[in-house]
Design a protein around this ligand. Structure first.
Ligand SMILES: CC(C)(COP(=O)(O)OP(=O)(O)OC[C@H]1O[C@@H](n2cnc3c(N)ncnc32)[C@H](O)[C@@H]1OP(=O)(O)O)[C@@H](O)C(=O)NCCC(=O)NCCS
Length: 248
């Protein structure tokens, strides 16, 4: 998997996205959704978007459902959630090879400029963060929110778009747990994070098993303190965190 990485490194996410696709010419940036919604989605960074109208592509909708259930075996996606929420709210951002879905991300509208990301999935290392990036660009998101767990590969994938500001606890009763984060997308920081060159440094390193400390930080964040998960998120079981003075 070629990320379109160094030596042709570009400190701009748009240039880097073009380099990624040039290095992986078999991948197509794709959106799967109702025809009416697809008409409103823009080509991400001007890169031609392949549109799969859901009305004509029940097969691709079913492929997505199967892939999602494979990626999240303990959280089986219900058909009605796929239809009523994932598809009807906009579209699913996909990296495709031919008619095969290789990676996908769902960005639900939250408030102007904000998207709520769910169900990041990837079949090949190196594609997940790009699927999310192209999704954010096609929806013209400025800020992304989402839920993430402290341990695992996904914290690393999400920090490829930049540091995660900890927003607070997950509302309701969540099967997996974790915390709510947001990423403010800026083209340079995004490009740097994608290449693991983001300059933010941790002020504290916490073992991922130290749930008492991590929960306390989430609660302090919810109360207004500014805490970030620093890229690359987790390394050898330790999470890099940054506390910045002032309130959000
Ligand atoms: C979590 C998930 C989406 C990550 O997808 P991904 O494609 O591996 O994500 P990324 O694009 O960030 O790549 C991650 C890893 O790929 C590997 N990778 C990247 N470039 C690579 C390359 N050129 N060659 C080989 N491996 C490479 C690296 O290990 C990289 O980790 P890093 O961040 O330490 O560099 C995927 O594992 C998945 O689908 N998991 C199941 C569903 C899930 O839990 N989703 C998370 C929901 S919050």
């Amino acid at each position: 998997m070629d990320r379109g990485a160094t030596p042709g490194f570009k400190v701009n996410i748009e240039d880097q996205a073009r380099a990624f696709l040039a290095a992986n010419p078999d991948l197509r940036v794709t959106a799967l959704g109702p025809r009416e919604n697809l008409a409103e989605i823009e080509d991400p960074w001007g890169i031609p978007l392949q549109r799969w109208p859901a009305e004509d592509h029940l097969d691709r909708c079913l492929d997505y459902l199967a892939l999602n259930r494979q990626a999240f075996p303990t959280l089986p996606l219900a058909g009605w959630v796929l239809s009523d929420i994932y598809l009807l709210s906009g579209a699913i951002a996909i990296l495709a090879r031919g008619d095969q879905i290789q990676a996908a991300w769902v960005g639900l509208p939250l408030k102007p400029g904000y998207r709520l990301g769910v169900s990041l999935l990837s079949t090949q290392p190196g594609l997940g963060a790009w699927a999310k990036s192209f999704g954010a660009a096609m929806f013209k998101a400025e800020v992304l929110r989402g839920v993430v767990q402290w341990s695992g590969q996904s914290l690393r994938a999400h920090t490829r778009l930049g540091p995660l500001r900890i927003v607070g606890q997950i509302p309701g009763e969540h099967e997996v747990g974790g915390f709510v984060y947001e990423t403010v997308l800026d083209p340079e920081g995004w490009a740097l994070a994608m290449q693991r060159r983001h300059p933010m440094r941790a002020t504290e390193i916490v073992d991922v098993s130290d749930s008492e400390r991590l929960n306390a930080i989430v609660q302090r964040s919810a109360a207004g303190e500014r805490w970030f998960v620093v890229p690359p998120g987790i390394d050898e079981g330790k999470v890099g965190l940054r506390h910045e003075s002032g309130v959000q």
